[in-house]
Write a protein that binds this ligand. Structure first.
Ligand SMILES: Nc1ncnc2c1ncn2[C@@H]1O[C@H](COP(=O)(O)OP(=O)(O)O)[C@@H](O)[C@H]1O
Ligand SMILES: [Mg+2]
Length: 372
């Protein structure tokens, strides 16, 4: 096992890692732009680390864009300099073609501002554990479980949390035993929501109203992930609650719950609603009865602890017309621009974005890598 490096007295060096090899590449850049802009430069030095869509770690090009511009999603621009994190030094190494490798310095903490597979799913967390480098957010297990909606729901259910009915469609079953899969799904009743097990930002998700549209929906989801989830559609308001770990030994805290309100004619909270301007509104706090809000907050903390999350998470619920609360999902690295839901919920709870970013870095500095 690596020796744990001590936190130095010079400005703390934070590597913000963003981009990545998945369909939430652009969303990650939007979050990273906000984080990099909010980090207090009198305390921290920032090293931006881009992961190109093909998985290469690169020094980002000058003028890297972090926002949607003219309707175009941002993408990691390659400066031609590759970056590497060797397992034994804790330093980021820059590799320029034709030159000897140079160090960008020892990294004190990594902020993996990444969503989706190869980022939010325990893979980069595993790499950082192997390198003995501290990092922001959940560890390997919570990240992996949180990313996979099938296992996430199993763990939440086992913890006694209310989860809706669902069927997991595994790759082999879909290819070899489709009849049985369709029969199982029909028992959920119509309509259903079809989603890739390991994606996010509503990518690959559609609503199916009958057997015919179901098959097409499963094929769409399978473009993102060979493993698919089909869920009974739940009618309800979408209420979300952010959870934040405390410094020291105090238990995690829940924000005020908020409600996401989708504008226009959309069937659900899809990608455009989430990221294009003026497509959604957040009511924070949500206009729900006080005892419901308390129940949501308590459930959010229970979900956070059921998965052994660290740092922050956002827990999403449906609040049905009959007053039932159903847990939809937990996100271990939720959307994280300053205008995203989790930061807005913390702002409404009295914790502004820059302080939230600082708190996350301090949590990471307090927590050594390794078994805990
Ligand atoms: N079972 C369901 N019933 C009703 N709406 C759903 C259901 N599952 C998903 N949705 C809708 O689709 C959106 C995205 O689904 P979600 O499971 O949260 O995936 P993602 O990880 O991509 O955010 C939800 O916010 C909601 O609007
Ligand atoms: Mg969601």
């Amino acid at each position: 096992m690596n020796e744990q490096r001590e936190v130095p007295s010079r400005p703390i060096r934070v590597a913000v890692v963003f981009g990545g090899r998945n369909s939430e590449h652009a969303v990650s850049l939007m979050g990273a732009g906000s984080v990099i802009g909010a980090i207090d430069r009198s305390k921290y030095e920032v090293i931006p680390v881009g992961i190109a869509p093909d998985g290469r770690w690169v020094l980002v090009s000058e003028g890297q864009s972090y926002a949607i511009e003219d309707g175009k999603l941002p993408v990691v621009g390659d400066s031609g300099t590759a970056l590497a994190l060797p397992s034994d030094s804790g330093s980021i190494i820059a590799l320029d073609p034709g030159h000897i490798p140079r160090s960008l310095g020892e990294v004190d903490v990594v902020f993996p501002m990444l969503h989706g597979p190869f980022g939010e799913d325990g893979t980069i967390q595993g790499l950082l554990e192997m390198a003995g480098v501290r990092y922001v957010g959940s560890g390997v297990l919570a990240s992996a479980v949180g990313m996979d909606k099938a296992y996430m729901k199993l763990v939440l259910k086992a913890a006694g949390l209310p989860v809706g009915p669902f069927v997991v469609v595994r790759d082999r079953d879909w290819r070899t035993d489709r009849g049985r899969v369709l029969k199982e799904v029909e028992e959920l009743g119509w309509p259903v929501f079809v989603k890739p097990a390991r994606a996010g930002s509503s990518q690959g998700i559609s609503k199916a109203h009958d057997l015919e549209s179901l098959e097409a929906a499963i094929d769409v989801a399978r473009e993102h992930d060979p493993k698919v989830l089909v869920e009974a559609a739940i009618v309800g308001r979408e209420v979300e609650c952010a959870v934040l770990e405390s410094l020291g030994d105090a238990p995690p805290k829940a924000s005020v719950p908020g409600e996401v309100l989708v504008r226009g004619e959309r069937e659900f909270f899809d990608f455009e609603a989430k990221y294009y301007p003026d497509q959604m509104a957040l009511a924070a706090p949500a206009d729900i009865p006080a005892e419901t809000a308390e129940e949501v907050r308590a459930m959010a903390v229970r979900a956070f602890e059921a998965l052994s999350c660290e740092g922050l998470s956002r827990v999403d619920f449906f609040y049905t017309p009959s007053g039932e609360i159903i847990l939809n999902e937990i996100n271990t690295m939720p959307g994280f621009t300053s205008l995203s839901v989790a930061p807005q919920l913390w702002a409404a709870t009295g914790l502004p974005y820059a302080e939230l970013v600082d708190h996350l870095i301090r949590l990471a500095l307090e927590r050594p890598a390794g078994l805990r």
